[in-house]
Design a protein around this ligand. Structure first.
Ligand code: MLT
Ligand code: ZN
Length: 479
């Protein structure tokens, strides 16, 4: 029997897709940077079925591309073009296995979307404090495999800070049953952290125990217009000094990036006067009746003082939930608006917070010198020092000609980031897009350690083979 017959026997006919019309959605990435051709897309519905599929692929020597919601910004889950790889979609592992309001934990399977997991926690009066723009499609397995960050990192950390336990299918088909619910457990290496952020190269996460927070009963949000990035840092310090625990998000949007949202997304309006810089502040608290008003009053106080100090030029405080969601829509539609605006280059970078003003000025100047008319549209998680320093093609110019400038533009931004002791891959991971940068940014002992871990857990190199590590030759890089 062939591998595909074996897989059909193990998973059922409908769980093995080979018709290009059915596999198309699993074969290219959200940004349409990569397009592949899988041998098949398989859709197991349980950990046991994942084990059977992985064991069969191991026996046949076939590589596996684990895939969640396929929302990677760096081509992290795309099969090769040669029809030799299996895409293993986790989308049918969708159970909430347990939820515990005493321990504040939930055990969810990999294919549950982040938005569904948030809703499951909220239904039980708890908060899953991880929020990203793609949460409606992104799935827990992928969120963990890429150590997603998002809007609440400054308060609750990245995905890895929320994981207490994992269930992982290893490259040889063994299962690591590490679904522990313990808030403290110093028993040797924290193995779960090896898999979080490994981009599907070390094992396939099939379920996780996530740490929750008590439910939030009050929220207050403001959309602010600011004259400079320095003033945004001043506002952040002011908010932290007054109410650090309540500050859940501090999201930055440049004037250029908000203009793209206004131009390309329907049903949005700028809630404040036009400015070169904007920040969306989101505060939350739990408490008895009156907590909401108290939270709103505190935020209003801080904004009033910031306006007086000249840190803000304008601010709108959400008066109700609909307004709050309208503010968030502007922020969350940034990636979609930039996609619609034409060809774009994403620099997902981080620097120490104090270096942010210099980063923004120096990187913008370097890009303008290379491509006159370039649209500079940075936005992102300013409270974490993580900016998506995204570049959009000049209006009316050809997209292909612009993308041909990717390398010099990314190098120019990278040079500034390096000088400021930052990272070229702060949030989205390396995927296939940034493998070429690994040698110069992480070469030597660090990359060698990563290779040793990879070969210990996946000696045949069959799990997501073309991500993270620099290609062995130019053909691999192009593949
Ligand atoms: C975001 O923060 O909205 C995403 O990481 C998207 C992006 O970089 O385009
Ligand atoms: Zn982001």
């Amino acid at each position: 029997m062939s591998l595909l017959d074996d897989l059909r026997a193990a998973l059922g006919d409908r769980a093995v897709l080979t018709d290009p019309a059915e596999t198309a959605g699993y074969s290219s990435d959200w940004r349409r940077l990569y397009s592949g051709l899988p041998l098949a897309v398989i859709r197991p519905s349980s950990t046991d079925q994942v084990v059977r599929a992985v064991t069969l692929c191991a026996k046949a020597g076939v590589a596996i591309i684990p895939q969640g919601g396929n929302t990677s910004m760096v081509g992290g889950a795309v099969p090769s073009v040669d029809g030799t790889e299996i895409v293993l979609s986790l989308e049918r592992l969708r159970a909430l296995r347990a939820i515990d309001p005493v321990d504040l934990t939930m055990t969810v399977e990999a294919g549950v979307t982040l938005a569904a997991a948030q809703a499951m926690a909220a239904e039980q009066g708890m908060l899953l404090p991880l929020s990203i723009s793609s949460e409606g499609s992104a799935q827990i397995g992928g969120v963990l495999a890429t150590n997603a960050g998002g809007n609440n990192t400054l308060r609750f950390g990245n995905a890895r800070d929320l994981v207490l336990g994992l269930e992982v299918v290893l490259a040889d088909g063994q299962v690591w049953h590490g679904l522990r619910h313990l808030h403290k457990d110093n028993t040797g290496y924290a193995l779960r952290q090896v898999f979080v952020g490994s981009e599907g190269t070390l094992g396939i996460i099939t379920a996780a125990v996530l740490r929750l927070q008590p439910g939030v009963t009050a929220r207050a949000s403001a959309f602010c217009a600011l004259p400079s990035v320095e003033q945004a840092l001043a506002l952040l310090a002011r908010l932290r000094a007054r109410d650090a625990g309540a500050l859940h998000a501090f999201e930055y949007m440049s004037g250029g990036s908000v203009d793209l949202v206004l131009a390309h997304i329907e049903g949005v309006a700028r809630p404040v006067e036009a400015a070169a810089h904007y920040v969306l502040v989101d505060c939350a608290a739990s408490g008895p009746e009156g907590a909401a008003q108290a939270l709103q009053d505190r935020l209003e106080d801080v904004l009033g003082a910031a306006l007086e100090a000249g840190e803000l030029t304008d601010a709108a405080l959400a008066q109700n939930e609909a307004q709050r969601l309208a503010f968030w829509k502007i922020r969350e539609e940034h990636a979609e608006a930039q996609k619609r605006a034409g060809a774009s280059i994403k620099n997902d970078i981080s620097v120490p917070l104090a270096a942010l003003p210099e980063l923004m000025d120096a990187a913008a100047a370097a890009c303008r010198a290379l491509v006159p008319g370039i649209r500079i549209a940075p936005f992102g998680h300013l409270g974490d020092g993580n900016i998506h320093f995204n570049l959009v093609q000049p209006t009316g110019a050809g997209g292909a000609a612009f993308l041909a400038q990717s390398e010099p533009l990314m190098e120019a931004v990278g040079e500034v980031v390096r000088r400021l002791s930052g990272s070229f891959s702060a949030e989205h991971g390396v995927g296939r897009l940034k493998t070429g940068m690994m040698q110069s940014w992480r070469g030597g002992v660090e990359l060698d350690l990563m290779r040793r871990i990879k070969s210990a857990l996946d000696p045949a190199g069959r799990l997501n083979p073309r991500v993270i590590f620099p290609a062995k030759n130019a053909e691999d890089a192009a593949g």
